[in-house]
Design a protein around this ligand. Structure first.
Ligand SMILES: Nc1ncnc2c1ncn2[C@@H]1O[C@H](COP(=O)(O)OP(=O)(O)OP(=O)(O)O)[C@@H](O)[C@H]1O
Length: 501
């Protein structure tokens, strides 16, 4: 959606807000509107402490780079830095509760890490809904390391990773069909009290297909059944971050204790530890201790254990010993059913069936994108106080629907790039390092990041099992070279034109 359209959608709402005493600021790109309450003395831009504002600019740039344009534009770009009464406490606001929830669920940890990388004094990042901050529950992600375990662990729920279990991600909110039934049943079984029938449970699927949802649901159901249980849920990225922090502060003891004393340990997105040797070593011992003590372990990843390139064989073989369940790409009926289910949790919101049919038919890649599209339509309708109909949905989602129509694949990119540089497609996935091959390979990775929604590890895998850091390096290198080297810039432009059609 173009910036003028985006802006005009807000104009009448903004005028009303001005009358009510709100101030209006414009992003530095001039594309989106941010609003803050002038009466309460809060202005978003201009009055920010310069250091925090500069850090925020860098954090945004990193998010834009790693999330990709579509995801960034949809969810992260509308986020604004808000004034904070306390030093080291960063406050971010979003224009709707749906967006706030989404960003909390997917980016809370990441935002804290990014801010701390810029400003080590940052101890918390709070994500709120900007227009209704007072009435919206606030989630604060606290900095680490976590407080030391009490000598006599109390019989209370310990959730090491924040944010806490997402109340929306329960078994009854998970729509089941043939594509995910085994994973769902296995998750339910593992959440039952008593001796676990199997462990570990390894869930795998492409992105946005419900692994994290099931993990939260397992945690919540197990706690319902065994309220005194120690449940730990964290991403593998967080595992690494905590472990490295513990090493730095020479306090690995608390870390090990916290992890290894879990009754139910859930580690999300294990692929992240690929190639991280010391983290893998620690993970291996954690896994052995938890399983050796007959406790429950649940792991998720974007591929099956054997496919986890860069993860040690001793880990992948132990992971294969339990129950391995995959979730397949959702079909039309499941996509439609999920929309109905999501809508049931939005009281007072009416979306005509034909709009739901359109979304389910057109947004096919995964459920996260589908849910994102629904949230976007609903949020925009609320902001502009418009009824939702087919026309409104198409106008709001124009870019998403167009993107869904024509999705460039990594194979197409590899074919186009190899033809352009007179190479064989196989050269791009080979280990050859000669610059005549390495540079086109970097260009192809750059194009894959720009033109597809694939994650960095997925792209790395498609290029001969390379690490995601190699993809980041390639993207940065080509961005630099496009500024300095006309030949490379021209090649990229030609390829972009050819691939985007
Ligand atoms: N079968 C389902 N029923 C209801 N909601 C679902 C289902 N599958 C996925 N979702 C929803 O889709 C969104 C994305 O799911 P989730 O975050 O669990 O994906 P994921 O597989 O963990 O993705 P990633 O690999 O990127 O971490 C969540 O909001 C989740 O509730």
């Amino acid at each position: 959606m173009g910036s003028r359209v985006h802006f005009s959608m807000y104009v009448s709402r903004v005028k009303r807000l001005l009358k009510q005493g709100f101030g209006v600021g414009v992003w530095n790109e001039g594309e989106a509107v941010t609003i803050a309450n002038r009466r309460s003395g809060s202005r978003i831009d201009g009055s920010q402490d310069d250091t925090v504002a500069r850090a925020w600019a860098t954090v945004r740039a990193h998010l834009r780079e790693s999330a990709g344009a579509r995801l960034f534009d949809q969810w992260l770009k509308p986020m604004a830095l808000a004034p904070s009464p306390e030093q080291g406490a960063v406050r971010l606001t979003l224009p709707s509760a749906f967006m706030t929830n989404w960003v909390r669920n997917h980016y809370a940890d990441r935002l804290l890490q990014e801010f701390r990388a810029q400003l080590p004094g940052v101890h918390s990042v709070t994500i709120e809904t900007g227009l209704a901050a007072a009435s919206t529950p606030v989630l604060t992600v606290e900095s680490l390391p976590a407080p030391a375990e009490p000598a006599e662990p109390a019989a209370v729920v310990t959730i090491a990773a924040r944010p806490p279990l997402d109340a929306r991600f329960t078994f009854d909110r998970f729509v089941v069909d043939a594509s995910n039934r085994v994973a769902f049943n296995a998750a339910r079984a593992l959440a039952e009290p008593g001796v676990p029938r199997f462990s570990p449970l390894f869930l795998h699927s492409g992105t946005g297909q419900g692994k994290t949802h099931l993990m939260h649901a397992i945690g919540a159901a197990y706690l319902d059944a065994v309220p005194a249980a120690r449940v730990l849920l964290m991403s593998a990225e967080r595992f690494m971050f905590d472990f490295v922090s513990a090493l730095r502060s020479r306090d690995t003891h608390s870390f090990k204790l916290r992890l290894r004393s879990a009754d139910l340990l859930l580690i999300d997105d294990l692929q992240f530890i690929a190639g991280k040797d010391s983290t893998q070593e620690e993970f291996f011992h954690t896994m052995n201790e938890v399983m050796g003590a007959g406790k429950r372990l649940v792991i998720s990843a974007d591929r099956c254990p054997q496919g986890l390139d860069g993860v040690e064989a001793r880990i992948t073989s132990r992971l294969s010993c339990g129950l391995v369940a995959d979730i397949k790409t959702p079909d039309l009926a499941l996509r439609r059913a999920v929309l109905t289910r999501k809508l049931a949790d939005m009281p007072g919101v009416t979306v005509p069936a034909e709009v739901l049919d359109l979304l389910a038919a057109r947004i096919t890649a995964n459920i996260r994108d589908l849910e994102g599209a629904l949230n976007r339509v609903v949020a925009y309708a609320q902001l502009t106080e418009s009824p939702i109909d087919l026309e409104f949905a198409v106008a709001t989602l124009g870019d998403v629907l167009r993107g869904a129509e024509r999705r460039v694949t990594i194979d197409e990119i590899q074919k186009a790039v190899s033809a352009h540089f007179e190479l064989k497609p196989v050269d791009l996935v080979s280990a050859r390092r000669a610059v005549v091959v390495a540079r086109p390979r970097q260009i192809a990775m750059y194009l894959a990041k720009r033109l597809t929604t694939r994650s960095l590890p997925e792209i790395g895998r498609k290029f001969g099992g390379r690490d995601h850091s190699t993809v980041i390096h390639a993207v940065r290198r080509i961005e630099e070279l496009r500024d300095k080297d006309r030949e490379i810039d021209t090649a990229v432009r030609v390829l972009l034109r050819e691939l985007e059609g």
